[in-house]
Design a binder for this molecule. Structure first.
Ligand code: SAH
Length: 246
């Protein structure tokens, strides 16, 4: 693995040989003023569908720029089909989760509003930008899908029943560790859910436990901060059921 071209850009349009794509104002600023690159410099391009391409800067003006795709370097690939649901926390926590969950290979990142969630609004647009930046840096060829926030009750009511939902619940509430739970599960699509700083309400834990597609799991004897728990469940899942051990 490894990538000889240091600069990788996410492009929101088709990539094919000779295809010219417009850069966003942020990308123009980054290439021109931060990296101080100029026309002709080669870089890597990806769009989440057409693989990774060797590209070249075709135009780099003050506030306008274009790149040209030359040849495909890698075919399209995607991360395992794992969703991360988390109760939104303060801004830095949400940004951290968007960035790190992208690196850890989440396919879907979904803020879920629970009883003890005290964050009124989640800026999913900013989360998406964080996810794109993380994908550019970690050599992912796809960008996670960022869902709009929904309440836990709504999420459960419309849940796709064939997908198992593994809920991180502190050790007092759950006898089985995440590795034990994963070991016994059939191969099926999965999602991971982590609660807010104040934990799940008792009524929510009861509601979760009643769902046939839900499994509760603990992450050891220490109580983790919500963002730590979100990244820990994802890392453990990738190591035992995903692509980290391949
Ligand atoms: N219940 C505690 C802390 C919540 S920690 C309180 O009331 O303050 C935030 C979330 O992280 C929890 O809802 C849970 O989903 C997850 N979490 C933290 N530590 C965990 C552990 N040891 N096992 C499983 N989940 C954990």
């Amino acid at each position: 693995m490894g990538n000889s071209l240091r600069t990788r850009l996410y492009i929101n349009s088709p990539l094919a040989a000779g295809q010219i794509a417009a850069l966003t104002p942020e990308q123009v600023h980054y290439l021109r003023n931060v990296l101080r690159l100029s026309v002709g410099v080669e870089l890597a391009l990806f769009n989440g569908a057409d693989g990774e391409w060797l590209g070249r800067i075709a135009e780099l003006g003050k506030d306008k720029g274009q790149v040209e795709a030359i040849t495909q370097r890698r075919p399209q690939s995607s991360v395992p089909d794992i969703w991360l649901l988390f109760a939104p926390i303060k801004r830095q926590g949400v940004d951290l989760i968007a960035e790190k969950a992208t690196e850890l290979g989440a396919a879907v990142i979904w803020p879920v509003v629970t009883k003890h969630t005290d964050v009124a609004r989640v800026n999913t647009e900013r989360m998406q930008l964080n996810a794109i930046e993380a994908a550019e840096q970690c050599e992912r060829l796809d960008v996670p899908e960022l869902r709009e926030p929904k309440t836990l009750v709504d999420v459960l009511a419309t849940w796709p029943k064939e997908r198992l939902l593994i809920v991180a619940a502190e050790s007092g509430e759950q006898r089985f560790s995440l590795p034990e739970v994963l070991k016994d599960l059939p191969k099926s699509p999965m999602a991971l859910l982590v609660g807010p700083e104040g934990g799940f309400a008792t009524s929510e834990l009861e509601l979760l436990a009643r769902q046939p597609f839900v499994k509760l799991a603990h992450l050891g004897p220490r109580i983790l901060r919500a963002e730590t728990a979100a990244l820990a469940v994802l890392a453990v899942w990738q190591a035992l059921s995903g692509d980290a051990a391949r």
